[in-house]
Write a new protein. Structure first.
Length: 306
């Protein structure tokens, strides 16, 4: 099947985030058979840890004025993802052709597809590609239960609208980066060599690394502080009303406050708030922690290469 209205366009970082969001929310379903959820791309491209030198290589396919397919990378340019609307499976061959030739192959190029993205997987299989790893991600189905873990004694929630961005940045740094990159110091000083730093983490709290994330829903973030009002747990939330999706990203607890039930309490807060808004699914991660607290379903992301 072919369509004379099909044409392509390269991604432009200053103008096309809305196009990506439209396509990914239009195509999304809860089993991700058409590709990842929309916040997956936007969270990455507005974060300091993503290499943005090659985003011009990301490519759309359009049917007339309507975006129907997208090939892109997230953190590493050699790891490629695909969005493909139903009814346009005939584009799978062309998308794989471009993914093979249009992106550099610096370190073992691989294709990351959900196990439900059958048209693209079949095309890769024809070319001799194989699955080398299965990455399992826990998801929470609101229809199958509730998360009702209480906030431990000595801690309190902080209203996102009244939160201190510097404290948020410090919490995120200590939760994700301090072990590898050292303490949260010199946050006011940008580094000259590039790369993640306390300054970039602080800037990113405002969405200032590239531009403010146009679809972020900061008002649904959950922040937990200790008795000294230091922020010790953070759970970001992208509420995608169109998809009834609670996309949790990121989640961290400061190491000295881990294993006290703070993350479970934060996710329970999300449940309490977003269930009332019509949430059907909430994302999690690969850690068995999610299963332990009540996540029951999994999505399988296949790592495919030759």
């Amino acid at each position: 099947m072919t369509n004379m209205n099909i044409h392509t366009k390269q991604f432009q970082i200053l103008t096309d985030i809305e196009l990506v969001w439209k396509l990914m929310t239009d195509a999304y379903n809860h089993n991700e058979s058409n590709g990842p959820a929309a916040p997956f791309f936007e969270y990455a491209i507005t974060s300091p840890w993503m290499d943005k030198d090659y985003v011009r290589l990301d490519r759309f396919w359009f049917d007339g004025d309507e975006p129907v397919a997208f090939v892109f990378y997230e953190q590493c340019v050699s790891d490629l993802y695909f969005v493909l609307k139903p009814g346009y499976e005939f584009l799978a061959k062309e998308m794989i052709d471009y993914a093979e030739t249009g992106f550099p192959d610096f370190e073992n190029k691989q294709f990351k597809l959900y196990s439900t993205q059958t048209a693209l997987i079949e095309e890769l299989t024809k070319r001799g590609y194989k699955v080398f790893y299965e990455e399992r991600e826990w998801v929470f189905d609101f229809s199958k239960g509730r998360l009702e873990y209480p906030l431990p004694e000595g801690y309190h929630f902080v209203e996102p609208e009244k939160s201190d961005p510097l404290k948020v940045a410090k919490c995120l740094w200590e939760g994700f980066c301090s072990e590898e990159f050292g303490p949260f110091v010199d946050w006011e000083k940008p580094i000259k060599q590039g790369g993640i730093s306390p300054h970039e983490q602080y800037q990113n709290v405002f969405g200032a690394t590239v531009a403010p994330s146009p679809h972020s829903t900061y008002q649904y973030n959950v922040i937990i502080a200790d008795e000294n009002d230091e922020y010790v747990c953070f759970s970001g939330m992208w509420w995608v009303e169109k998809n009834h999706l609670a996309y949790m990203e990121p989640l961290c607890t400061v190491p000295s406050h881990q294993h006290k039930g703070l993350a479970a309490a934060a996710l329970s807060r999300h449940d309490e708030v977003l269930r009332k808004l019509g949430a059907e699914l909430m994302t999690g991660g690969g850690n068995e922690f999610y299963k332990k607290i009540g996540y029951t379903d999994q999505h399988v992301l296949l790592h495919i290469h030759k």
